[in-house]
Design a binder for this molecule. Structure first.
Ligand code: GLN
Length: 627
């Protein structure tokens, strides 16, 4: 039956695509009956040669298993990478590398060869090296080391593993070749303890009982930076996973390792009981159990299944699977996208003239050498003709060490020294915090890089800079009625009639003060003399967030929808800075309107044309961002 495991529950498969694939693969390889079951001890010779299980465990803890996935067997040499991992965890890299090398032997797993020049066994994936590694389980007595071994392997499997006593006993009784290796190593001080004491740990380590599903989880723990994906427990420190996988890659399949690296290209390890594990870092652990072995001591079907999985899914280490160009998600300029800050017609005209020189690049995906290089290249290219380049990282998930290096390399770039480089969406507590600390204080071209939390903040800043250059803001002066956008196109006589009737009242607000509450009846509207205000929809329910609709500045009105609607306020308005406003009573303007309908019509027309412009710009922005 087809089963998948969710958490620790075995549930009938919903026929997901992975299980379907594994079932088909198993069916196809089932007829392969080449090879012989290991027979150096009777216990192994008793294995049923027809048995065949394949399991895949993902780094987020899903296990797909087909065939005889619950059948227990002894782990044998597949224990070697896990013992090696534990040695790193207990003693650190230098001590482990001192004890055993990382060089493939090109010889059988049980060959009696040692690296005399370095005075150490060649690598930890063949018996000699693995025996030396067994000595590194912490403890003063074999008993303590055995207990450390048992809990180390169990942590990788996510359950307490048992020992097969009878396999252990015959391994120990018949293991004269391993004994010869151990004595040779003792003779040259490659091991420090009595050979029998070391071998006891090694033989027991080979005799731990697992099933195919356990092995997939153990492999997935290696794929998952050392963390068991079922229990969430760290089975080994992440910093040593690469050490283990590298040696599995070059030495894991004994004297077939070179051919394996060429054909399959996945770090793997096999054991004489007929099991194989393979690890795709960051993605999955694969395990196969099928007892018939080839002349190298590798499971015949295990090798075939791995070959197929690697080819079918393009999993070979050197298969290029990254389209680096996808890092460039979208490019825009300042004509197509504006900040939420509402602008006067005069300001809009300036931005219409200069916005084309603002370039916005939206990056996406993960930044590593290839994608970061592509992005940097593009930034430099567009900078040649831009006043500002904003690079938005909203859709970027991570930046590795290579990306950090490349992205700080903008200083002194001669393309366009006047171009301002800006990054947005690199949040202090977000996944790119490492990038933020590297970029803050770095020069982009000739000016320091600026960092904003959001694209809108960055855009607003750039617009303000452009507006300041073209028309320095006369922030300090009072505002005449002519300057108020709502009253534009009124002649002097009309304006003086207006000022007599509506009597605007100068009012100030503190930064952060709520000026208009959503849902209230609007009796007043405001025109900003100094500062800015944010129009926003307050958060709804627990954990909701405030959504900003617009930001309003000098000579623009807010709250004036009360003039046309006469209904409750649709949004709240909060002072973004210290704010000086004219407050104008809705009632007084309406009354004025009844007496001077033609002037009132002009005012309403100003509102309508401003709304139309705003709507048009919003549509443009939405369209630009949709792509
Ligand atoms: N117990 C076996 C031995 O030491 C393990 C070897 C293997 O799985 N390749 O010979």
């Amino acid at each position: 039956m087809l089963l998948t495991i969710e958490g620790n529950q075995l549930v009938p498969s919903q026929e997901d695509p992975v299980s379907r694939y594994l079932t088909r693969l198993r069916g196809e390889l089932m007829s392969v009956d080449a090879g012989e079951v290991a027979s150096y001890i009777p216990e192994l010779a008793r294995a049923d040669p027809r048995q065949f299980a394949i399991a895949i465990a993902t780094t987020d803890g899903r296990v797909f298993a087909v065939g005889d996935a619950s059948q227990l067997f002894t782990i044998q040499s597949v224990s070697k990478p896990f013992a090696y991992a534990h040695a790193f965890a207990c003693h650190g890299r230098a001590a482990v590398l001192d004890k055993v090398g990382v060089e493939p032997t090109g010889e059988a797993f049980n060959s009696i060869v040692l690296d005399d020049a370095a005075n150490q066994p060649y690598n930890p994936m063949v018996n000699a090296g693995a025996i030396a590694v067994s000595e590194l389980f912490p403890g003063d007595t074999p008993k303590q080391r055995i207990s450390a071994m048992r809990s180390a392997l169990s942590r990788f499997a996510g359950r307490d593993l048992d020992l097969d006593e009878s396999v252990y006993r015959s391994e120990s009784e018949t293991g004269h070749r391993n004994r010869a290796i151990a004595y040779l190593m003792r003779n040259s001080n490659m091991i420090g303890n009595e050979p029998e004491a070391v071998l006891e740990v090694y033989f027991r380590q080979c005799s731990m009982l697992v099933n195919c599903r356990d092995l997939a989880v153990m492999a997935a723990s290696l794929a998952n930076d050392g963390v068991n994906p079922l229990t969430g427990e760290a089975a080994m420190p992440a910093e040593f996973v690469q050490d283990v996988l590298s040696v599995m890659h070059s030495c894991g399949m004994y004297d077939y390792a070179g051919q394996w690296a060429y054909e399959v290209g996945i770090p793997a390890k096999s054991g004489v009981s007929g099991c194989v594990i393979a690890v795709i870092p960051g993605q999955i652990g694969i395990a196969i159990y099928s007892p018939r072995l080839d002349s190298y001591g590798n499971s015949v079907r295990g090798v075939m299944a791995c070959r197929r999985i690697s080819a079918d899914f393009g999993l070979h280490a050197f298969c290029s699977r990254t389209g680096v160009e996808s890092v460039l998600r979208h490019e825009l300029n300042g004509l197509r996208i504006r900040s939420k800050r509402l602008r006067t017609p005069a300001e809009r005209a300036i931005l219409d003239r200069s916005g084309g020189a603002i370039c916005i690049i939206e990056a996406q995906g993960r930044l590593y050498f290839g994608t970061a290089e592509r992005l940097v290249h593009r930034i430099r290219k567009v900078a040649a003709n831009a006043t500002h380049v904003i690079v938005d990282f909203r859709h970027v998930q991570s930046a590795d060490r290579a990306a950090l290096c490349l992205l700080q390399g903008f200083s002194g770039v001669p393309e366009n020294p006047n171009c301002q480089l800006i990054f947005s969406h690199i949040l202090v507590n977000g996944p790119l915090a490492n990038l933020r600390s590297v970029l803050a204080g770095t020069k982009g071209f000739s000016r320091p890089i600026q960092i904003f939390d959001g694209l809108d903040d960055a855009l607003e800043h750039v617009e303000a800079e452009i507006l300041y250059l073209h028309a320095p803001a006369s922030e300090e002066s009072m505002l005449t009625l002519q300057e108020i956008v709502l009253f534009q196109n009124l002649d002097t006589e009309e304006l003086s009639l207006l000022s007599l009737s509506v009597a605007p009242k100068l009012t100030t607000f503190e930064s952060g003060q709520i000026i208009i509450k959503k849902g209230e009846l609007g009796k007043t509207f405001f025109v900003i003399v100094r500062g800015s205000a944010s129009v926003e929809l307050p958060s709804i329910g627990h954990g909701g967030r405030t959504v900003q609709i617009a930001s309003v500045g000098r000579s623009l009105a807010f709250g004036h929808m009360a003039l046309i609607e006469g209904r409750t306020r649709g949004a709240q308005v909060v002072a973004e800075t210290e704010l000086v406003c004219y407050a104008i009573s809705v009632e007084s303007l309406r009354t004025f309107g009844l007496e001077h309908p033609s002037i009132y019509a002009k005012i309403l027309m100003n509102i309508i044309s401003d709304l139309a412009d705003t709507l048009h710009a919003a549509n443009e922005t939405i369209r630009a961002l949709e792509r």
